[in-house]
Write a protein that binds this ligand. Sequence first.
Ligand code: BES
Ligand code: ZN
Ligand code: ZN
Length: 504
Amino acid sequence: MEIRFETAPFENISTDAAAIICFEGEKPTGTIAVERPSTFDPEIAKQSGWLAELRESGEFTGKLYEQATFHRPEGVAAKRLVVIGAGKAENFSAVEARRIAGVLVRTLQPKGLKSIALLLPSGSGPEIGTAAAEGAILGGWEPDKYKSDPNKNSKALETFIISVPGSGQITDTAIRRAQIIAEAQNLTRDLVNEPANKLSPAALADAARELAAEYSLECEVLDQTAMEKLGMGALLGVARASSNPPFLIVLKYLPAKTFGSDHLALIGKGVTFDTGGVSIKPADGMEKMKYDMAGAGATLGAMKAIAQVKPSVQVTAYIPTVENMISGSAQRPGDIVTTLAGKTVEVLNTDAEGRLILADAITYAKQNGATHIVDAATLTGAIGIALGHHNIGAFTNNQEFLEKFFAASKTAGEKAWQLPMDEEYKDYLKSAFADLPNIGGRYGGSITAAWFLREFADPTPWVHLDIASTAWLDDGRPWLSKGPSGVGVRSFVQLALDWDGSRG
Ligand code: BES
Ligand code: ZN
Ligand code: ZN
C-alpha cells in the first residue's frame, strides 16, 4: 500500500473514496462553512446542504467511527465521499486519527476500493498525520495467509492519501517513517500469526538472518553447542524436550554516529510453542500458545524499523528461542538448573519457562555491553487479570528509565501501566534447595515473574514489559483485525529514536 501526503485541494483528489472527519455534537447552522470552519476547505463548503441535512436527520451524530457514504457528490473528484465520526473534538488526538484511518481501510478495502483519501482537521500536526498513515497500514493487515479462499479484496487498497488543508507541517519524511514503522509492526504480526509447525526456533532464526541481510544488520545465532559452552543452563533446560533445537539470536544495529556510549538491548521471549511442559497447560485454548513468541516478534519488527530510521544509539536485539514441549527428555518439576549468571534455579513449574530463557538472555546482553535493557515477553496470564487487554504491564529497577520508556510509548500510542516492585514481593521467591525458585506463590504472579528477571538484570537499568494480554486480540477491533496486535514495536522504535545520549 502506498501512503502519500497530498497538498492539492481535497476536493480535487481523485480517489475511490474521499473521507472527511466530523466531530460529535457540532450543530449545523445552515452552511457547512459555519459548521466545520476549521476542517473544510472553503470550496467544500459548497456541500453544505446535504451535510447539514444528514446531521439534522439524526442518522449521523459524529460518534467515533460512525460512517455515512455519498456516491458521486457534486464538487468532489472522488467517487464517494465518506463522512466518519471522530467523537468529541476536545478528545481528538493521534490515537483517534490512527484508529479512524484503520476503520476506513477495514470497511472500504473489503469492498474492493483501491484508493482512499482522508482529510484531517486543518492545522493537524505531524503526530496526527503520521498516526493516520500508521493506522491505514495496520488496518489493512489480515491473518488470512493460510486461507485457500481469502476475500479477494483483502489486499485491494493501493493508495492511502493523507490530506490536511493548509498544513505545511507534515512532511513526506514523517509519512515515510510512519510507513516504515507500521510495516515493521505488520512483520511482527506475520511472525506471531505463524503456527508452531511453520515457525520453529530455527525458522525464527532464519527470519532474523533474512532481515539482517536485507537491512544491513549484523546477525549472529548461537546454537545449542555454543550455549552449552557458555553455560546457559536455564534456557537449555526449557529446550530439552523438543526435537526442534533452541537458539539465541543476536541482531545488531550500529549507528553511523552515536551520542555517548549507551547500548540499548531489546530482548524478546521467543517460545515458538508453550505446552507448559510436564506442568502441562489445559487443552482448552492451548492452540493460542503459538503467540508465546510475540516478544521475539516485536523485537524483530523493531529491528527492521530501526535499521531504516537509523536512531543514534547502538541497539542489539537478543532473542532466546525454544519450544516448551513434553517428552522423555523433558525438564521435570524439582529439577535444578544453573543459569549463565551462575545462580541456581529450582524449576517448580515447567510452565514458567519464559523467565528461565530470559534470565540467560539478560545475562548474555549484560556480558556483551548492554547499558540499558528492555524486554518484551508474553510472560504471565496474571497480567491479563490485573490489567485486562488494554495496557502492557511495565516493571523496572530504574524509575528514570521507565519514565523515558513511558514518554516513548505515549508518543507511539501504545498504552503501558506500571506495576510495583517493592522489595517485599521478592520474598515470594524462596527455594529451600536452590538460589531461586522459578515461581512465587499464588498472588502477584506478574510481579514475582518480574522480580525473577530483575535478579538477573540488576544493576543495569531495565524495563520489563509483560505483553501476554496485549499481544493477541481474541476479538478484532474496528481498526485492527483479530489475532496478533504487534504491540511493542512502535514503543521500541520510538525509544531508540528519542535517545539523545543524556543518560550515558
Ligand atoms: N506463556 C505463558 C503466559 C501466557 C499466558 C501468555 C496466557 C499468554 C497468555 C507463560 O509461559 C506461563 O505459562 N506462565 C504461567 C506462570 C505460572 C506457572 C507461574 C502462567 O501465567 O500461568
Ligand atoms: Zn509457560
Ligand atoms: Zn510461555
